[in-house]
Ligand binder design. Structure first.
Ligand code: BTN
Length: 246
């Protein structure tokens, strides 16, 4: 651990798994960064490819009390932090794909995986893991199962990982403090604006139901409001869901 609360690892199974199993030893706000992950995990049980030397794989651990910070909103807070960081680094067409991916145009740039450590029904820690394609070469990106890009490709220059970590968690910690003090409502307008989904036709699949319709709004509890073809409106909370643009 360095004195700024960041643990750097050459290789780990998953920075999220590391935080989940070491939660008792890690103080609030500790950030774990790895050069590579041997078992990087994405949402919905997917694999997060984590080769060395080219990307950012990091997790931050928070613990109760959360005051006015609803842990269920951490994926949205993290995606807003990623969005702002990638904009600062020169990505011009970034947007947040609800619930918690960041895209540049039609290609995925980053993803967020939040997990809770619960013991005897009580939340002990919440781990927010963030994977961002920094300098991954186009040939390696082309091998991924979905269209993907990197900050370097979008910004046209190589990106220093340390600077990204500093900028990213600077935003994340500021947003968490703001939400602790005032609630998510304070950053909701910026998050809604960055999401750029209002008016788009989407399909949201998860559990036993798929909702297809037009996005009417993103709401200040993190949910998305969909109007289906018959005029029925459904408010969908994030969770084990995936959204497809139609
Ligand atoms: C997704 O888009 O499905 C979420 C991807 C999250 C990947 C990050 S990389 C750091 C942290 N450790 C993991 O194993 N996963 C997250």
């Amino acid at each position: 651990m360095t004195d700024d609360g960041i643990i750097y690892l050459d290789e780990v199974d998953s920075t999220n798994s590391y935080c989940m199993r070491s939660y008792e030893d890690l103080s609030i706000g500790t950030i774990v960064v790895a050069d590579s992950q041997t078992a990087g995990r994405g949402r919905l049980g997917r694999v997060w490819h984590s080769p060395p030397g080219c990307n950012l794989y990091a997790s931050i651990i928070l613990k109760p009390p959360f005051w006015r910070l609803d842990p269920a909103l951490l994926p949205h807070i993290a995606s807003l932090a990623v969005y702002n960081m990638v904009c600062d680094f020169g990505v011009e067409n970034a947007w947040i794909k609800w619930p918690n991916d960041v895209y540049a145009g039609g290609r995925k740039l980053a993803g967020v995986l939040t997990e809770s450590r619960i013991v005897n029904g009580a939340v002990q820690a919440v781990v927010t893991g963030i994977g961002i394609n920094l300098n991954m070469p186009a040939a390696a990106l082309a091998e991924l199962d979905k269209p993907a890009t990197s900050i370097a490709i979008e910004a046209g220059r190589d990106i220093a990982r340390d600077a990204c970590v500093k900028a990213l968690f600077g935003y994340f910690e500021t947003y968490c403090s703001t939400c602790q003090a005032h609630g998510f409502e304070q950053i909701y307008p910026a998050w809604r604006e960055a999401s750029a989904l209002v008016g788009r036709q989407v399909s949201i699949a998860g559990g036993d139901r798929t909702v297809v319709g037009q996005v009417r709004d993103l709401q200040n509890d993190g949910s998305i409001l969909i109007e289906e073809a018959d005029g029925r409106r459904s408010s969908v909370r994030s969770g084990d869901l995936s959204l497809t643009l139609l």
